[in-house]
Design a protein. Structure first.
Length: 82
């Protein structure tokens, strides 16, 4: 089975940081989609400590070793900020 990024609002360039659709002017959930969906131009595939949600927090699995560029099995993506 293939893993794909769905055509959901979370992957749409029309989604603002407060989960407001710039096209329809309504608040949406991340699993919504519509016919005006436009995929974000670039998706980041660079998982490392520098963009991990756990970096420099109490939930970091390796606080003594974690550095930007390092990758571990506990990596968690940060929320995208537009």
């Amino acid at each position: 089975m293939s893993i794909r990024i769905g055509n959901s609002c979370i992957n749409c360039e029309n989604l603002s940081t407060n989960k407001l659709c710039k096209v329809h002017g309504v608040k949406v959930a991340t699993n919504y989609t519509c016919d005006s969906f436009n995929m974000k131009a670039a998706l980041k595939n660079d998982p490392n400590c520098g963009n991990c949600a756990r970096y420099e927090t109490t939930t970091c699995a390796n606080p003594q070793k974690a550095t930007p560029g390092m990758l571990c099995s506990h990596w968690a993506p940060q929320n995208a900020q537009a």
